[in-house]
Design a protein around this ligand. Structure first.
Ligand code: GDG
Length: 456
């Protein structure tokens, strides 16, 4: 394969950003091919952006650009995070449609395409990431690039009925069909996209991932993203993990830990989860005083109103549950709106008896996979997983729940707490096998193999 050229909103230009699985996977691909990574520098300037910042690290070139205030607002805060994000997570009610913001979104896609195009050489393959750059294929084609362009969507692709709520759905779908390979997290997302094409255009599903549409052939497949499974298992037994486990162990005083770890986002179903926790203590009184629920929820996108509203809602719900059920020597629900080191998280996962991963919609959900890899084989915990997380297609041996059915979630947590060691081990071994087999390297190769055998 020739050089790989990556485009994503944030790059891993800063070496410390290369700790996570995805950043490492992209980085490795770029390093082994002498590639280039394009994205936003993270800086916001008042009204005019200067020349891009260009620098190299270990043979990988980074080309990053600042955003103007207007770009950061219209492209990132508004259209990407207040239109596409809610609609693709089935929250049309939270979308703030605006054709003005769409124009800024398109302009930023075009401006970045203009940075990329002159640097492309024959033999290169382009790999575009996520919902910020749905129009990138179109702009790169307009610049004359005919080589392979892969696209991976990290978030769900909604059902056609919901996608059509986007006033710009046709423009976006046509642009997406300029990519050579379209990667989705799950079969459901892939089939939503294909169904949309079949319903709206003269498209043909040719089988084996191939779609004939708009006079060309593209490939659309599910490539469920994985984690650095081995690395995460190691992190869970590191000294830093041990220290975190000891610290929380002191607080638990022998109680069972039920853990949640989520970016504070309305897609993660946190209010519903808190409600289910209240029902657990209400309907299963033997859990009172014996179980401690800890929710780690680092705030994100706090410049967006819906995220600030969520924070207020969670503060209220957590206070209410602790007020109703807490006692002099017991805090039922601990809710920590801050982030922890990855190894500390791994240590917490390891001593949790139950992990709650109950998003209302999620492209994949990596926490579910991290929890699995962090377990002690002799005494593994139980994963409670939403049927609406992409991970549920792979992790079928978790306890699968509908997060809207809060009584059922409470009952499932109770069931998880009561589960025999034998059943916990049997379920966990199957989960571990799949998380290990379909890890981040598996995902990277699966996607890049398809991109390199692209026949268009
Ligand atoms: C998008 C899609 C898809 C969380 N708290 C802390 C922390 N985290 C880490 C977790 C995990 C990551 O953040 C969250 O990943 P998710 O997959 O759960 O969710 P999104 O951020 O919404 O990611 C998602 C993903 O892209 C990849 O394709 O799975 O569906 O929405 O790794 O561990 N990390 C640290 N401290 C924290 O406090 N260090």
């Amino acid at each position: 394969m020739g050089r790989l050229i990556a485009i994503s909103n944030r790059t891993a230009a800063d070496a410390s950003a290369r700790a996570g699985g995805l950043a490492v996977a992209v980085w490795e691909s770029l390093r082994s091919t002498g590639g280039i990574w394009f994205g936003w520098s993270g800086n916001i300037v008042e009204d005019e952006v200067g020349e891009p910042q260009v620098f190299s690290d270990e043979g990988v070139e980074f080309v990053t650009t600042d955003f103007t205030e207007a770009e950061h607002d219209g492209f990132y805060l508004q259209y990407a995070n207040r239109v596409i994000w809610p609609v693709f997570h089935y929250r049309v009610d939270l979308a703030h449609f605006s054709s003005k913001d769409f124009d800024v979104y398109a302009d930023v896609n075009e401006r970045i395409a203009e940075l990329v195009a002159p640097r492309l050489k024959e033999g290169d393959s382009v790999w575009v990431h996520d919902y910020h750059f749905l129009l990138m294929g179109d702009f790169l084609r307009r610049s004359g690039w005919t080589g392979p362009i892969g696209f991976f969507l990290h978030i769900p692709f909604p059902s056609p009925e919901v996608f059509r709520a986007l006033p710009e759905h046709e423009r976006i779908a046509r642009a997406m069909c300029e990519f050579s390979v379209l990667g989705f997290q799950s079969k459901t997302d892939r089939s939503n996209f294909v169904r949309y094409l079949l319903e709206n255009y003269d498209a043909v599903d040719e089988g084996e991932g191939w779609i004939g549409v708009f006079g060309r052939r593209i490939r659309a497949n599910a490539y469920p993203i994985g984690i650095d499974a081995k690395g995460f298992a190691e992190a869970a037994t590191s000294p830093r993990a041990g220290t975190a486990a000891t610290r929380i162990g002191r607080f638990l005083g022998g109680r069972n830990l039920v853990l949640g770890v989520d970016r504070m986002d309305y897609s993660k179903g946190l209010p519903q989860r808190f409600e289910a926790v209240g029902k657990l203590f209400d309907h299963f009184p033997s859990t009172r005083g014996r179980v401690s629920v800890t929710q780690i929820a680092p705030p994100s996108r706090s410049k967006v109103e819906e995220y600030r509203d969520l924070r207020t809602q969670l503060d209220g719900l957590a206070g209410r549950i602790n007020g109703d059920y807490g006692d002099l020597d017991w805090i039922p629900l601990r809710y920590l709106a801050r982030s922890y080191d990855r190894r500390e998280l791994a240590g917490l996962y390891r001593i949790a008896r139950v992990c709650l991963v109950t998003p209302l919609r999620d492209g994949m959900n990596l926490v579910a996979k991290e929890f699995v890899m962090a377990q002690d084989p002799d005494d593994p915990g139980v994963l409670v997983l939403s049927e609406f997380a992409g991970a549920a297609e792979q992790l079928t041996d978790a306890l699968i729940v509908n997060p809207h059915d809060t009584y059922k979630v409470a009952e499932t947590i109770y069931h998880a707490l009561e589960m025999t060691l034998e059943e916990r081990q049997a379920r966990w071994e199957k989960l571990r096998d799949i998380v290990m087999a379909q890890d981040i390297e598996w995902w990277r190769h699966k996607f890049l193999d398809d991109l390199s055998t692209d026949l268009t």
